[in-house]
Design a protein around this ligand. Sequence first.
Ligand code: NAG
Ligand code: ZN
Length: 319
Amino acid sequence: MESLRCLAFLLGYAAFAAAASEEGKTWCYASQQCKVPDCKEPRLWAKLYSECGNNKQSPVNILTRQVTYNNSLKAFNFINYDVESNHKWSMENNGHTVVVQLGQSEKVESGGLNGRYKAVQFHFHWGSEMGNTRSPGSEHSIDGERYPMELHIVHIKEEFSSTDSAIKGKGVAVLGFFIKVGKKNRNYESLISNLEKIGTAGQKVEIPALALESLIPEKKDLTSFYRYTGSLTTPACSEEVVWTLFEKPIELEWEQIEEFWKKVYFDKGKTLPMVDNFRPVQPLGGRIIEKSNSNLLLPPGNALLLVPTAAFLASAWIS
Ligand SMILES: *[C@@H]1O[C@H](CO)[C@@H](O)[C@H](O)[C@H]1NC(C)=O
Ligand SMILES: [Zn+2]
């Protein structure tokens, strides 16, 4: 699959060879390498940004049988997520993703967070399709399974005035949402219909601001989430990011998902569709993934494992 896509671009390789030495200093996704052979794909990011090689990186695979339930992970308090700002949103193709800058009026607290965080931007990660084969594009996976897309709403602690200072001050929290194929999602229509205006890297478009809550599942479905400490999933891979992955995915219809790679390109010349802009999962190492106990009627994970064992012992004794 990947080699077919690459073949087409290799024919144009000579034209890019001159730029190659400069590209050696830039990071990229594996899907860009056929056109920019010298750029550093995820396995090589640490050569340019050493923190990418550290041991508390994101994304990770979540093994649902190994999570630790934590009753302190209460529901989030979403502030102004229901407010349609009267400012426009600025949506940009930054050469790696589609990112929407926010006015920082939307905030979150509780949910086991240490303080109040304001939303600075959201962006997406997605996959690709070749013929009838669809490749998933989420960054995190659940029991090894990935979703078609993933939405990241990046928040910084209230006291920081810029994302850079929040990264340095270990004050970043990302809310992650999986996106699955489902019914048409009308709330995404204005965002998706504007993708064609930001086809090339560096382009920006103003879109009407929405209530942030219209892009994510209903509040009642957001009490079940995973929590761990990781990193930004793009260079410089800064660590001590507080990650939340919600169990309930967002639904988009397949035709809406496809628009991302049909309309958006990695480059200025529109030669390389923006596809597979995700970082592969990183080792969990000694980290523990916690889960909110949204349904306290269910026994915690460990008890679930003990029950069958006890039943087995009992039956062994009877016979
Ligand atoms: C449970 O979550 C709270 C809030 O994030 C945290 O302070 C605490 O350390 C966690 N408990 C355990 C046992 O991990
Ligand atoms: Zn992201």
